[in-house]
Write a protein that binds this ligand. Structure first.
Ligand code: SF4
Length: 286
């Protein structure tokens, strides 16, 4: 599939705060913790949300105790609900439908998340044998995002998600089997990645090329200089994982938010669609 087309589709499931109306800063709840400086209930606007729907501490979220906001991904669902589902109606001036909007938002978020991964799969050359199925699933999911609020609220997401998930797993197998063929999969690697819980694990310099790390708990693990090329990182929890000098080129299903939640430096190699977070560079200076 042409890269321009994929990039256009991906842009639609990427955060675009200037075309949103602070929905994630209102609809969702959070509790005072290491990630949030205070409690906030569902449907209550965050006290840092300004009248122009911008965050008043956007440039210093981490310094102000809101690390959670820097690692939250809503996959562009807010702008779709605002501009698409509700045709530009503002929750502030329409209390009668605000609660409904807040209920539609997380469902849209799930749908956009599926689209994000499907579009990525459609950009991977190794997934060519299943492009037709991936495209069909993408079109079906896109269709669901344009339903009325009532229809969205009555969707049963798990069955659709299972279908999408099967295709993403097939994509993963196609990518990783290529890596395995070009690189012997050692018994040591199997041992290292056995099970999902690798919290605090010492994986420094590990050969994890083509590893299945779906949903792995890699919190605070030491992945310095690890080889993660062609690894499947969908849903992997990388909070505070140390990725300094790690090679993630060709890794799949990695999101910017997962990267933001980890530690790294300018020597960390990321897939081209992702960027080095500013805080990685600042921590180098400090
Ligand atoms: S701190 Fe800023 S980004 Fe986080 S919820 Fe509040 S307004 Fe939104």
């Amino acid at each position: 599939m042409p890269h321009d087309l994929i990039n256009n589709r991906k842009a639609k499931v990427s955060a675009d705060c200037k075309n949103c109306f602070g929905l994630c800063c209102v609809a969702l709840s959070f509790a005072a913790s290491a990630d949030f400086a205070f409690d906030k209930g569902e449907g209550t606007p965050c006290r840092n949300l300004q009248t122009d729907y911008r965050c008043g501490i956007h440039k210093n979220l981490r310094l102000n105790g809101f690390r959670g906001c820097t690692v939250y991904e809503y996959f562009g669902a807010g702008q779709k609900v605002y501009q698409g589902t509700y045709g530009g109606i503002d929750w502030r001036n329409n209390a009668a439908i605000a609660q409904e909007m807040f209920a539609v938002f997380p469902i849209m978020q799930h749908l956009h998340e599926m689209l994000y991964y499907l579009y990525e799969a459609l950009s991977i050359e190794a997934a060519q044998p299943i492009y037709k199925d991936l495209e069909q699933a993408a079109q079906e999911t896109e269709h669901l995002t344009y339903l009325s609020p009532e229809a969205i609220l009555s969707l049963y997401i798990p069955s659709h998600r299972d279908k999408v998930n099967d295709l993403l797993k097939k994509t993963s197998e196609l990518v990783r089997s290529k890596a395995k063929n070009s690189h012997h999969r050692s018994a040591r690697k199997r041992k290292m990645t056995k099970g999902r819980d690798m919290i605090g694990a010492n994986l420094r310099g590990a050969n994890l090329r083509g590893a299945d790390l779906r949903g792995a708990l890699l919190i605070a693990s030491d992945l310095r200089k690890a080889d993660l090329r062609e690894a499947d990182l969908i849903g992997a929890d990388l909070r505070d994982a140390d990725l300094r000098g790690a090679n993630l080129l060709g890794s799949i299903f990695l999101t910017q938010v997962q990267v933001n939640s980890a530690k790294g430096n300018r020597h960390t190699k990321l897939p081209p669609s992702l960027r080095i977070p500013e805080h990685w560079l600042i921590s180098e200076i400090i």
